[in-house]
Design a protein around this ligand. Structure first.
Ligand code: PEP
Ligand code: MG
Length: 899
């Protein structure tokens, strides 16, 4: 029988799919004997039934009732009882953490009677009415759909009438009035009374949490984090404990290590006499957790003990939320904490040193995207002068952008291509679209664990929070620091690693990790920064493990050299079209305009030595390693002047009575002749080679002569010739014959035997589907997954990402662009098929990939799984591909879900 409710004592951390992350970890802490307020979890499965059918499973009410009864028996208190009632919190908790994106309802169980019971103890009177006020407000907005601003309006009015600075200054009598006014508001807006039956409150709260899975901000967050839309959330129902019962109470958050840098120690914030939301929302400034040692040494010691145990148990950085209720410590939540890229590498290394995890586990816990982030530049603040403000370095990196003061403006400007810094007093989940759009987030309040910090860290945005010198005027769209005012649109530089804000644009310097790779990834010494040592160690391990070779896409000797320093073992794609641009354009034009064979050959002869020099340089930079040179791919008209420009020039001349330049006229005619509706599907790739006489021969001769030159210079050139856009084996066969003829001729002329493997790109579905035949004429395959994605989906790679991908992502057609991460189900199947049919015919066939996917972490893991020989990517992605190729070899045992 399917069960939909589990007591905390029944589950464990391995059940996060069913119980959600929060529920599974609460169960784990209960299992470890840590002080967890008792409760139970409604499963994600129940939520999925609700999302699919619009109603909860029929058994759910009874199951909740049964668990509630057990909870009541154990605690000796009943929900809704007049004297000392049991109060519950109802919190969402999905498999992957979605901080603040879904609903929470606290103080369930209070009604007009129970509140009196709670208020009986005189010193609790204010607290009781404040709790009831919070419940009506939270329930009214979340469950009954009343606009939250209306409650806030009432509260502000009452505060004004009583000359109170904020709600903390309202007394019990004021709060009784507030509750009554809130209840009137609910009745007026919904036509029903605030429900007095605590069981009804509980039932409706659970359904509201289920429903909040599909709230706009939750959907947006999932899309960003690639969290599937069909997981649903669990709901945790837990006995309330109170951190706002006086100075011997409080709430806080703690990390077992610094989530920004990875430094060991106990980090966190504590807010005396407050509930957890006050800490997380950043509305009141917390004190460092260290202060708890002085305020409540016993709880502090106990907490530190729990943190140590949790970290040893989870063998990873944990973050926790806790509450102290009248001197008694309660653990409200734990999870493996989100961290910055720097901390991820640092912590992984430390845990290996401490003997808690193996080096392979450490490798599983870092990722290519994090490594790429560490390679971004940092600010050179040497000439920047005094910072405008200092705050908490909550999420590292350097960002420059125009100040904006609300989410909508951030989104608007970013859509127009502007880089922006979102400045807020504090952020709420409603600011998420703006945080996604911004380069950096800057707040005047809140600590390392505020919403802004947690969310920014999770998505790799630069963040400085708690810059309390800032006085942010959202309405006026500006902030002031002392006598300096920064208005909307003015440029700011935000240093999330140091917690500094500078006016204007501060120049950038390379990161130390980038410098390490630029220096060839040599073993770091004791003077090198820790992060470099952490990276080196894991790169070394990844290199030792990986089976995939990593090559680079490079078209110049400089790029080839950099790629080699970054660890590339050859060039997987040298695009030759860049070699037809600039000064050389006139030769290409001459070739196209040639009246006969003689003129064409003359033009090609001009190009030959230039191409040869290009190849010689690249072969020298990659001496001893394979260099895959692709024959010309784009349609020739790309090398001619723009049609409109030419047409205007000719028309202008004619209008002024002058004869147009005859060359312009010829060019215009050629451009018009060659114009295509769909150039990507037109005369390009191998098709060009077959219809433009002499083109293949010139390129191959340039390669062959470059090889000869390198051999004569004592080098070890390993050129390979690659034919693009092949769809039929005959195309390849014809080109191959020509290639071999030219190689033979150059060998004969020079006396140096030139042998280059000849292979093809597989970038059309037809090529993949007939790979067995194509392999007969190919020494190697290289998947051009950019074109293969374009042609498999029928998506124009130049248009669709801006045109309608946002709508497709929004509507869940896919959760990441197939141009970014390989579409395993479609394009991936073609890759698999072509690999297996190609190797069947030619077992020694070398198979790689050179589309953009070659540098994408998830795609690299796929290419490993289908047994490619190598991936090829841009030089800057080479370290990412090496790391991911190593990680791909790890079994599930080492892999952890780090989302
Ligand atoms: C490809 O199509 O994946 C490829 C590498 O070629 P290009 O991007 O040059 O078309
Ligand atoms: Mg291509």
């Amino acid at each position: 029988m399917v069960r939909y409710v589990y007591d905390f004592s029944e589950g464990g951390r391995e059940q996060s799919g069913l119980l959600g992350g929060k529920g599974a970890n609460l169960a784990e802490m209960a299992r470890m004997g840590l002080p967890v307020p008792p409760g139970f979890t409604v499963t994600t499965e129940a939520c999925r039934v609700f999302l699919e059918t619009g109603a909860p499973p029929p058994e759910l009410d009874d199951e909740i009732a049964e668990h509630l009864e057990r909870l009541e028996r154990a605690s000796g208190r009943r929900l809704g009882q007049v004297d000392d009632p049991l109060l519950l919190s109802v919190r969402s908790g999905a498999r992957f953490s979605m901080p603040g994106m879904m609903e929470t309802i606290l103080d369930i169980g209070l009604n007009d009677y129970a509140v009196m019971g709670l208020a009986k103890v005189p010193e609790r009177e204010r607290f009781a009415w404040d709790s009831y006020r919070r419940l009506v407000q939270m329930f009214g907005t979340t469950v009954m759909g009343v606009d939250g601003a209306l409650f806030e309006g009432v509260l502000r009015r009452i505060e004004r009438q009583h000359h109170a600075a904020d709600d903390a200054h309202l007394d019990a009598v004021d709060l009784i009035r507030t509750v009554e006014t809130f209840k009137d508001l609910v009745r007026e807006r919904t036509g029903e009374d605030f429900p007095q039956d605590p069981h009804e409150q509980l039932r409706r709260a659970v359904l509201a949490v289920f429903g909040s899975w599909n709230a706009e901000r939750a959907r947006l967050y999932r899309r960003r984090e690639h969290i599937p839309d069909d997981l649903g959330t669990a709901v945790n129902i837990q006995t309330m404990v109170f951190g706002n019962l006086g100075s011997d109470s409080g709430s806080g958050v703690a990390f077992t290590r610094d989530p920004a840098t990875g430094r060991p120690g106990v980090y966190g914030d504590y807010l005396p006499n407050a509930q957890g939301e006050d800490v997380v929302s950043g509305t009141r400034d917390a004190v460092p957790l260290e202060d708890l040692r002085r305020l409540d040494p016993e709880s502090y010691e106990e907490l530190c003990g729990h943190l140590r145990r949790l970290e040893e148990h989870y063998r990873d950085l944990c973050d926790i939320e806790f509450t102290i209720e009248r001197g008694r410590l309660w653990m409200l939540q734990t999870r493996v904490g989100k961290r910055t890229a720097q901390a991820a590498f640092g912590i992984a290394g430390q845990l290996v040193d401490e003997g808690l995890i193996s080096l392979d586990e450490a490798l599983a816990r870092v990722g290519g995207e994090g490594l790429a982030r560490l390679m971004f530049p940092r600010f050179d603040t040497s000439g920047a002068g005094e910072p405008l403000a200092r705050g908490v370095p909550a999420s590292p990196g350097a960002a420059v952008g125009a100040a904006v003061f609300d989410s909508a403006e951030a989104v608007r400007r970013a859509a127009a291509g502007e880089r922006v810094v979102l400045v807020r007093p504090e952020t709420t989940p409603d600011d998420l679209p703006g945080m996604v759009a911004a380069q950096a987030v800057l707040t005047s309040r809140g600590g390392k664990t505020s919403h802004a910090a947690v969310v920014a860290r999770g998505m790799g945005r630069v963040c400085v929070c708690g810059a309390d010198a800032l006085s942010v005027d959202v309405q006026g769209r500006r902030f002031t620091v002392g006598d300096v005012t920064v208005a909307e649109g003015e440029t700011l530089s935000v240093d999330g690693s140091e917690g500094l804000v500078f006016p204007g644009a501060v120049p950038l310097v390379d990161s130390v990790v980038m410098r390490y790779f630029e220096n060839g990834g040599r073993r770091p010494g004791p003077d090198d920064e820790q992060v470099v040592r952490d990276v080196h160690r894991l790169m070394e391990r990844a290199d030792a493990l990986r089976r995939l070779e990593v090559r680079a896409n490079a078209d110049t000797p400089e790029d080839a050299e950099r790629a080699r320093r970054f660890g590339a073992r050859g060039i997987g794609l040298c695009r030759t079209e860049h070699m037809f641009l600039g000064e050389r354009r006139r030769y290409v034009e001459a070739m196209i305009l040639a009246g006969g064979a003689e003129e064409r050959e003359a033009a090609l002869a001009e190009l030959l030595p230039l191409q040869r020099a290009d190849f010689t340089g690249i072969l020298a930079a990659m001496d001893g390693l394979p260099v895959t040179i692709r024959l010309l791919d784009p349609p020739l008209h790309e090398f001619l002047p723009d049609h409109t420009e030419l047409a205007v020039r000719v028309a202008r001349a004619e209008a002024s009575g002058r004869a147009p330049d005859p060359r312009d006229g010829e060019l215009l005619a050629a451009v018009e002749r060659m114009r295509e509706q769909n150039p990507m599907l037109g005369l390009r790739g191998v098709r060009l080679g077959l219809v433009v006489p002499g083109l293949v021969a010139m390129q191959v001769r340039a390669v062959a002569e470059a090889v000869v030159e390198r051999v004569r210079a004592g080098g070890d050139p390993r050129a390979q010739i690659m034919v693009p856009l092949v769809g039929a084996v005959t195309e390849l066969h014809l080109v191959r014959e020509e290639v071999e003829r030219v190689l033979a001729r150059v060998s004969e002329e020079t006396g140096v035997r030139v042998e280059c493997p000849v292979g093809t790109m597989i970038e059309l579905p037809r090529a993949a589907l007939t790979a067995g035949r194509i392999a007969r004429d190919a020494d190697f395959f290289s998947f051009g997954t950019n074109d293969l994605t374009q042609t498999t989906w029928g998506f124009s790679r130049d248009d669709v990402e801006a045109e309608f991908f946002p709508a497709y992502l929004e509507r869940g057609v896919f959760d990441v662009s197939p141009f970014e991460t390989l579409d395993r189900e479609g394009v991936g199947r073609l890759v698999e098929l072509a690999v297996s049919e190609g190797r069947e015919v030619r077992p020694e066939l070398e198979v790689g990939v050179c589309g953009e996917h070659g540098g994408d972490p998830e795609s690299v893991r796929f290419f490993h799984s289908v047994d490619l020989d190598y991936v090829s990517c841009s030089p800057f992605r080479v370290p990412v591909a090496r790391l991911e190729a190593g990680r791909a070899t790890l079994s599930g045992a080492e892999a952890t879900d780090t989302r």
